[in-house]
Design a protein around this ligand. Structure first.
Ligand code: PAF
Length: 290
């Protein structure tokens, strides 16, 4: 694996690979890598001639300074992990490489970022769009891979690609879970053993809510999920929303959409976690899965 630290170095390398007719796949990460990232890398390797992964903890997407400072990561270990996974190029830039000038761009995502993560973490998605567009500008990937755990982020990145008329195809990858059901996240590293046991209730309750969805209204299902999780020691729900999977707007009735997803953010002690569950998939998605 090549380890490249400069934007120019990556751009030059990509230009040379392209001149050989190679397709470029890209997995952007913030490090603290786990099996979820590995699944993105596997998909990237299978779908492209060259797999590039980046490690960059993007300061502009953290609305909370303490969250940025506590973001886990071990560069050396992460690079070893990428090499073992079969990545061809690891791009590990400094902040100056990504932002030689402060990025003052303001994206307008309409209603997409006024709900859920966008509402509770003001400026977060603007920062995500800044870094991802900057990385895409350097790497110019044919395809880029993002996990569905960050469900709203995926929608925002698709919208950003549409608005900027980029040629990159955005490829989603399903949530990867531990055997216990807990969705893999770099933040899980910050959970104490006891908290990890409690956190299993998150996915357990979301899975159970699929049954509730057959009996109860949207509002009642939201209340049951929230009450169940709030009654667990150390868990405090920030929001649970049941939304249209495309527009991310909250629904009031199960018949309001063919693509329905429940998205949660909650604290386990001091660690903020997110997860989601699909209640209904639309025909477009079913078509693609065939
Ligand atoms: O999902 C992440 O890890 C980050 O938000 C991303 C897409 C790498 C941008 O910093």
């Amino acid at each position: 694996m090549d380890l490249i630290k400069t934007s120019q170095g990556v751009s030059d390398k990509v230009a040379s690979l392209r001149s050989e007719g190679k397709s470029i796949g890209f997995v952007p990460t913030m490090g603290a890598l786990h099996e979820g990232h590995l699944s993105l890398v596997k998909q990237c390797i299978a779908g492209n001639d060259v797999c590039i992964a980046s490690i960059f903890v993007n300061p502009t997407q953290f609305d909370n300074k303490e969250d940025l400072e506590k973001y886990p990561g071990n560069r050396k270990q992460d690079c070893e992990y990428l090499a073992a996974a079969g990545v061809d190029i690891a791009f590990v830039p400094t902040e100056e490489e990504i932002y030689p000038e402060p990025d003052t761009r303001r994206f307008d995502f309409g209603r997409l970022d006024k709900v859920m993560e966008g509402k509770h973490r003001p400026g977060h998605f603007n920062g995500v769009a800044q870094v991802v567009s900057r990385l895409f500008d350097i790497v110019k990937p044919d395809r880029a891979y993002f996990g569905e755990k960050d469900f709203q982020q995926l929608a925002i990145i698709r919208e950003m690609v549409r608005q900027l008329k980029l040629d990159t195809q955005i490829v989603p990858a399903p949530v990867v879970r531990e055997a216990s059901g807990l969705a893999l996240s770099s933040r899980n590293e910050r959970l104490a053993a006891r908290q990890k046991e409690v956190a299993v209730n998150i996915s357990g309750t979301l899975f159970k809510s699929r049954e509730w969805a057959n009996k109860y209204s949207v509002q009642e299902t939201i209340r049951k999920v929230t009450d169940t999780l709030d009654s667990c020691d150390e868990l405090k729900v920030e929001y649970y929303e049941i939304v249209d999977g495309h527009t991310l707007q909250p629904l009031t009735d199960w018949t309001d959409s063919d693509y329905i997803v429940g998205c949660i953010a909650l604290f386990c002690g001091e660690v903020r976690l997110i997860d989601n569950i699909v209640y209904k998939t639309d025909s477009q998605i079913k078509g693609k899965q065939k």
